[in-house]
Design a protein around this ligand. Structure first.
Ligand code: PMP
Length: 415
């Protein structure tokens, strides 16, 4: 009681200064915003676009567990589990495996910033937006950027890749496995071997394909592989698994210059993830504790299901969707079935329709998100994503029914 009395009298003393203002502080001039005094409202949406996808209750619940410290031993245990889960999902035994605190772009920048030094040559395969992004990231950090180019939907033969490697002698070659802006899954066999023949490291983006289409990091000789949490893994956005081969580690830990980013410097991140063999972990940044809980759960679900089952399940549902779309008279953007990304299907925009109107109608009347193209594929395609938890026949049927309804309601011309 004595303590409370003391607190109250101190408070009154402070309040009763000359102008009735807190001591050492001016009065606020910006009032609490009205929106902040209203409760949070989040609508329910069927997220059948290219991501994020809906998060199952089990993963949401994992993310809602009480926070622990990011440097607590139990947290390090959970991070070790995540590392094992990523090694399984990537099919790698790389020690340098971890999750970035950030979205897929964070892993993309981490890979480029750590592997490449200013002035070094980089080769980027551009067949959609993701190659464009990596080329820009590499250019910003001072690399000499060379590109291999195809319009969205195109892919590169091993002979084309080899020719460019021989010509440009890059230290790094970037290829997107699941090109979500075009709906293409890129053939990977032999690419790693060609890169190694030219003493070049292979960096692969699997943000949209991991868990949906076969990818074997070690067997396919991929040096750096990254993905995102919010696609087939079904965790909330904000964490990004990444792994580096020994060859990649050799390059990035023997550089002459420091990487441009402190936050993404792998010398620090490898210590934070207990990958550098040092007995002590030193504070670098505060990792997204809840995001890591959710990521662990999503990797556990993938491990329980089994990678091969997950791949075949995505293919089966995608084939059901593709057939349904063709039955509606629509044209799939990627003609060759084997090159279609099972997680994100691209449809050529049907003639006589405004694609924005179709999407808006479907969102308004069916609460379903589909999207248009992205970057170079804008105006070319509509995209439907059924990934992980969302990937089932009932959802595919719902997506088809919504599209059928929109095609009836939004017709502009008889073209
Ligand atoms: N690569 C691919 C293939 C993607 O589909 C995406 C996300 N759409 C990204 C990279 C970027 O990931 P994020 O939005 O999580 O940064």
């Amino acid at each position: 009681a004595q303590k409370v009395k003391h607190c109250i009298s101190t408070y009154l003393l402070v309040r009763s200064t000359k102008h009735g203002v807190h001591r050492g502080m001016s009065s606020v001039t910006i009032p609490p915003p009205a929106c902040m005094l209203r409760p949070l409202e989040v609508p329910f949406r069927y997220l059948f676009g290219p991501g994020p996808s809906n998060v199952p209750p089990r993963i949401l619940a994992a993310g809602g567990r009480p926070i622990i410290g990011h440097m607590h031993s139990e947290m390090f245990g959970i991070m070790n589990d995540i590392k094992k889960g990523i090694q399984y999902a990537f099919q790698t035994s790389n020690n340098m495996t971890l999750a970035m605190s950030g979205s897929g772009h964070t892993a993309m920048e981490c890979a480029v910033f750590n592997i490449v030094e200013p002035g070094e040559s980089v080769l980027v395969a551009i067949n959609g937006i993701w190659g464009e992004r990596v080329a820009e990231i590499a250019e910003r950090m001072g690399a000499k950027v060379h590109t291999l180019f195809k319009t969205p939907g195109g892919h590169f033969t091993n002979a084309e890749i080899e020719q460019a490697l021989a010509k440009h002698k890059p230290v790094l070659f970037f290829l997107t496995h699941g090109e979500s802006s075009a709906g293409l899954v890129h053939p990977m066999d032999g690419v790693g071997d060609i890169c190694h023949k030219y003493n070049c490291l292979l960096l692969v983006d699997s943000v949209a394909s991991l868990g949906a289409a076969p990818l074997l990091m070690d067997q396919q000789n991929i040096d750096i592989l990254y993905t995102g949490s919010q696609k087939a893994l079904n965790a909330p956005p904000g964490t990004a698994p990444v792994s580096f081969s020994e060859r990649a580690c050799h390059k990035m830990f023997n550089r002459k210059t420091k990487p441009v980013s402190y936050l993404l410097d792998m010398t620090h991140l490898s210590n934070y993830w207990g990958n550098d063999g040092k007995p002590e972990r030193i504070y670098h940044h505060t990792g997204p504790v809840s995001g890591f809980f959710a990521l662990r759960e999503s990797l556990a679900i993938l491990a329980e299901m089994g990678l091969e089952n997950s791949w075949s399940h995505h293919t089966e549902i995608a084939e059901y969707l593709w057939k349904g779309l063709e039955d509606l008279g629509l044209k799939l953007f990627i003609k060759d079935k084997d090159l279609r990304l099972p997680s994100v299907t691209t449809i050529a925009i049907p003639e006589g329709y405004d694609w924005k109107e179709l999407l808006a109608y479907i969102m308004k009347h069916h609460r379903i998100e589909f999207t248009g193209g992205l970057g170079p594929s804008v105006g070319m395609v509509l995209r439907i994503g059924l990934m992980g938890y969302n990937c089932n026949k009932a959802n595919a049927a719902m997506a088809l029914a919504a599209l059928e309804d929109a095609l009836k309601q939004c017709r502009k011309s008889k073209a």
